[in-house]
Write a protein that binds this ligand. Structure first.
Ligand code: PLP
Length: 366
């Protein structure tokens, strides 16, 4: 079986470096809020071309604490609206509702799966305060168009970069476009820890300090509590693992882009719709997502031939039981996407042989 993503193989590439980093933390006797986190925050903000990085416990917290911080800073209040594409992973929506804000679900661009800038202005009301573009599957959103709208209407922009570490538009990194950006380092993400971790990057020092405080019981000075904070910290072991993985991120992105290029050039089955990309650098290929009308049949055919696939995602947030209040919304583009998408194996460690076999098998599907 060709696995969808062989995480063990990904991390085994750096086994010695990871073990050395782990030993360094164990030997240091310091396990939270120490040198590894400081170093990772500085290395990652530099990588992303921003001034500040705040490590937190996971990607959902990165999104949620940013919105919370804007509330603490008086830039948002209960009931304000956040514009987001309806086809995102549920975490983007949970971060909004968790903060008593209102997600305004808009239809995405069916070709890129990202926010469709032409649908944003129609959705703006007097309550709109934030645009939340999700760089879905690894492709950066149309940030120039989005920033034009956000400037005109004085809106904040929070980029959900959980799938797009290192993606670029005009040599400017994902996460450096908006007022803030949230990252997840869930093990399966392009920059993955060996457990949970997340981060917010920004050029706004006040926002940075507020997020750091919120994630540490609302304190920036020991036993002085400015906010009713939470416990959301990136531990030293995960920071140390991520420092190792960050050094190899660019070469892993290149490896993913090479796999994607082979798929784009090699798959020529007329039943299958290939993902649409701008510049190759715009996309870091967290996922390679094709569209097919009779998905179940292709999934079974590939499985029978030893190829594991996944669906990202089978059900859109507005059709989930958790969001009953949105269940009756009609979002035909979003619903069509969820019915048709299928993710083929893509990873930096996929072999040329496996890749060629997957392409041949997909092309032989009738
Ligand atoms: C993975 C993911 C998240 C959440 O990250 P966690 O670290 O699992 O909390 C948020 N948004 C998107 C688009 C994601 O893919």
């Amino acid at each position: 079986m060709i696995p969808f993503l062989d995480l063990k193989k990904v991390n085994t590439q750096y086994q010695q470096e990871l073990k050395d980093a782990c030993s360094r933390v164990i030997d240091s006797g310091w396990y939270l809020n120490g040198n590894e986190l400081n170093a990772f925050e500085s290395e990652f903000s530099q990588y992303c071309q921003t001034n500040y990085c705040a490590g937190v416990a996971n990607g959902l917290d990165a999104l949620s604490l940013t919105l919370r911080a804007w509330k603490e800073l008086g830039q948002l209040s209960d009931g304000d609206e956040v514009i987001v594409q309806a086809n995102t992973y549920i975490a983007s929506i949970l971060a909004i509702t968790e903060n008593n804000l209102v997600p305004v679900l808009v239809e995405p661009d069916e070709k890129t799966f990202n926010l469709d800038a032409s649908n944003i202005e129609k959705a703006i009301t007097s309550k709109t305060k934030v645009i939340l573009p999700v760089h879905l599957y690894g492709q950066i959103s149309p940030m120039k168009e989005i920033l034009e709208i956000s400037k005109k209407h004085k809106l904040l922009v929070l980029e959900d970069c959980a799938q797009a570490h290192g993606a670029e538009l005009d040599s400017k990194k994902a996460g450096s476009w908006g007022d803030a950006a949230a990252f997840s380092f869930y093990p399966g993400k392009n920059l993955g820890a060996l457990g949970d971790a997340g981060a917010v990057i920004t050029n706004d020092n006040e926002l940075f300090k507020t997020i750091k405080a919120l994630g540490n019981y609302g304190t920036s000075e020991r036993y002085v509590h400015q906010f009713k904070g939470v416990n959301s910290r990136m531990d030293e072991i995960q920071a140390a693992m991520l420092r190792v993985k960050l050094k190899h991120l660019n070469s892993e992105i290149k490896a993913r882009q090479k796999v994607a290029k082979s798929y784009l050039e090699g798959i020529n089955n007329s039943l299958i719709g290939l993902p649409q990309v701008g510049d190759l650098k715009n996309h870091v290929w967290h996922l390679f997502v094709i569209k097919i009308k009779n998905r179940e049949k292709l999934v079974n055919f590939l499985a029978k031939n030893g190829i594991q696939t996944l669906v990202h995602y089978p059900t859109p947030p507005h059709k989930q039981e958790a969001y009953e209040e949105y269940n009756n919304m009609q979002l035909p583009v979003t619903e069509r996407i969820h019915e048709q998408v299928l993710s083929l194996p893509i990873s930096p460690v996929l072999t040329d042989k496996d890749l060629a076999y997957i392409i041949d098998t997909v092309n032989s599907f009738k």
